[in-house]
Design a protein around this ligand. Structure first.
Ligand SMILES: Cc1cc2nc3c(=O)[nH]c(=O)nc-3n(C[C@H](O)[C@H](O)[C@H](O)COP(=O)(O)OP(=O)(O)OC[C@H]3O[C@@H](n4cnc5c(N)ncnc54)[C@H](O)[C@@H]3O)c2cc1C
Length: 233
């Protein structure tokens, strides 16, 4: 493995990267995989940017507000978390100051609208969702703008790279990786990490870590038959 002007030798490599970084590393490492695998990696897509705004307010939200609320019909706002209900540092800050710590998420934002404008839009939508926040002073704010989530086109499952690659000792892990199991997001990232470790351990004749998942078909023959019959109707 060569990075810049240094070279390191290793028995195995796990590429656990977001899709953009995986594309860049593979594109910049001509010896990895074969042509078809490299083309698959090059076809991985990155979802449009997301915004996470964390706000420290000078007053609490109403006592019956849930820790997490998914929203629809509030512009770009996708959800609101009252972090001080379930996160230690936020809870301590809120207890000390009498304020609250909220997090606003907006996913897959379309282009053409400036960051400042989007941040203001989220705050305005928060005021609609939780009107008691209209009079609150924002003591501090942090805004995370990123674009590193995988985008999954309809019908694209089969084209995604799996954990093992054509290069012995090279495995990939992450949410963009095809696992063959009914998992997604963090669960897929973690599951593919276990599968990658198991693939390497297996290649050295060592036992890996058993992975459990939900049943992928009915447990009894009769139920499987009934599910197939219902599907065929
Ligand atoms: C706002 C938001 C909320 C979410 N909420 C949830 C949720 O509630 N539940 C859930 O299950 N999932 C959630 N997700 C999704 C979850 O975060 C991802 O599915 C998960 O982080 C994917 O893990 P990953 O390892 O594939 O990629 P990442 O977490 O993106 O990790 C890739 C890592 O590679 C590093 N990297 C990049 N380039 C290089 C390089 N050249 N060299 C070394 N390192 C590099 C990056 O810094 C990064 O740390 C959320 C995502 C977002 C954005």
């Amino acid at each position: 493995m060569a990075t810049g002007d240094t070279e390191e030798r290793s028995d195995a490599v796990v590429l656990a990267l977001d899709p953009g970084a995986l594309r860049a590393v593979v594109a910049g490492s001509c010896g990895l995989g074969d042509e078809s695998w490299r083309a698959r990696v090059a076809r991985l897509r990155t979802a449009p940017p997301f915004l996470v705004s964390r706000l420290w307010l000078d007053r609490p939200v109403r006592g019956d507000r849930p820790g997490f609320l998914g929203t629809s019909g509030y512009g770009p706002l996708d959800n609101v978390s009252v972090l001080n209900r379930w996160e230690g540092e936020a809870a301590r800050w809120a207890a000390r100051t009498g304020g609250s710590v909220l997090e606003l998420h907006a996913y897959a934002l379309s282009g053409g609208v400036g960051r400042e404008t989007r941040q203001k839009e989220l705050l305005a939508e928060l005021h609609r969702v939780y009107p008691e926040t209209r009079r609150a002073r924002v003591v501090d704010a942090r805004h995370e703008w990123r674009a590193d989530c995988p985008l999954f086109p309809v019908g694209g499952y089969g084209d995604r790279p799996a954990v093992t690659t054509p290069t012995p000792g090279l495995v990939v892990a992450g949410d963009a990786v095809r696992t063959g199991l009914p998992v997604a997001l963090m669960e897929r990232a973690a599951t593919s990490g276990f599968l990658a470790a198991n693939a390497l351990l297996g290649s050295w004749g060592l036992r890996g870590h058993p992975l459990w998942t939900v049943p992928e078909e009915g447990r009894g023959a009769l139920l499987r038959w009934a599910a197939r019959a219902a599907h065929d109707v």
